[in-house]
Ligand binder design. Structure first.
Ligand code: ZN
Length: 261
């Protein structure tokens, strides 16, 4: 488990993040793994895979070293292994069971609930919480600019019936936001889709965005990822302000405990 987690933490979080942030990532990644092992995997022949957009990222030590400058390899690796080893056996629990420990890169200031991203019912330990300091990170703000034709084509891939008259006011209109400020429903001409679908359709880093309509269409995006659970950049920002990994975990997951397996 801990050998595996070295590869997860070094793939999921930059080694120059604070040690307490890396520890929180180690405990969350261990929890996420245990949950998949005992509560059910998405995969028929494996507990977990190494894709960040499916389960959680993993990288081999050799591949990781190849991406680090030579003079920082040993110190980076020591920091990663320290984060894992100093939290050995620790997982996040709710009512005595491992939580489904979702995490993401940057919440854009407020995390999201499960139901607003994947539907279904919300988890009591995955509430929307505010987080500060994330705007200091490159993952915070991004833009995607597309031509009007490109916007129409991309929407039509899933909704062939779509027609947009860009000469009319409200050709593209955000209709509803979630409580965390992400787009819940957005209208493109005669078609309404969810903010989550718009994120996937246009390759936006998050569902928290505004739209500028000019000669082209620009999506101004805040945050990076689905927004549920721990924010990695938020964890680093908290650690910079003196928070321990326990405090970080208890901020992003509501009413949980950190227990030994
Ligand atoms: Zn997977």
């Amino acid at each position: 488990m801990d050998q595996y987690l070295y590869g997860v933490v070094s793939a999921e979080m930059p080694a120059n993040f604070e040690l307490e942030a890396l520890k929180s990532q180690a405990v969350v990644a261990r929890t996420y793994t245990v949950y998949k092992m005992f509560k059910g995997s998405k995969h028929a022949n494996a507990d977990i895979c190494d894709k960040a957009d499916c389960c959680q990222a993993w990288i081999s030590k050799d591949d990781r070293f190849a991406k680090w400058n030579e003079d920082e390899r040993e110190s980076n690796w020591n920091k990663i292994t320290t984060a894992v080893d100093s939290t050995i056996g620790k997982i996040v629990t709710y009512n005595g069971e491992p939580i489904n420990a979702f995490f993401h890169s940057n919440s854009g200031g407020t995390t999201e609930t499960v139901a607003n991203v994947w539907g279904g019912t919300d988890y009591p330990y995955l509430q929307s919480v505010e987080t500060s300091g994330e705007e200091e990170y490159s993952q915070y703000a991004s833009t995607v600019t597309l031509t009007k034709e490109e916007v129409l084509q991309k929407i039509q891939e899933n909704h062939p019936e779509t027609q947009i008259d860009f000469n009319t006011e409200n050709a593209i209109q955000i209709l509803e936001y979630t409580d965390s400020g992400r787009v819940k429903t957005i209208q493109f001409g005669n078609v309404q889709i969810s903010g989550v679908e718009a994120r996937a359709t246009f390759g936006l880093k998050s569902a928290k965005f505004s739209v500028d309509i000019g000669d082209s269409i620009t999506f101004n995006v805040i945050g990076y990822g689905h927004g549920v659970g721990l924010s990695q950049t938020g964890a680093d920002a908290m650690a910079k302000m003196g928070a321990t990994y326990e405090q970080i975990i208890n901020h992003y997951y509501t009413d949980v405990k950190i227990e030994n397996i």
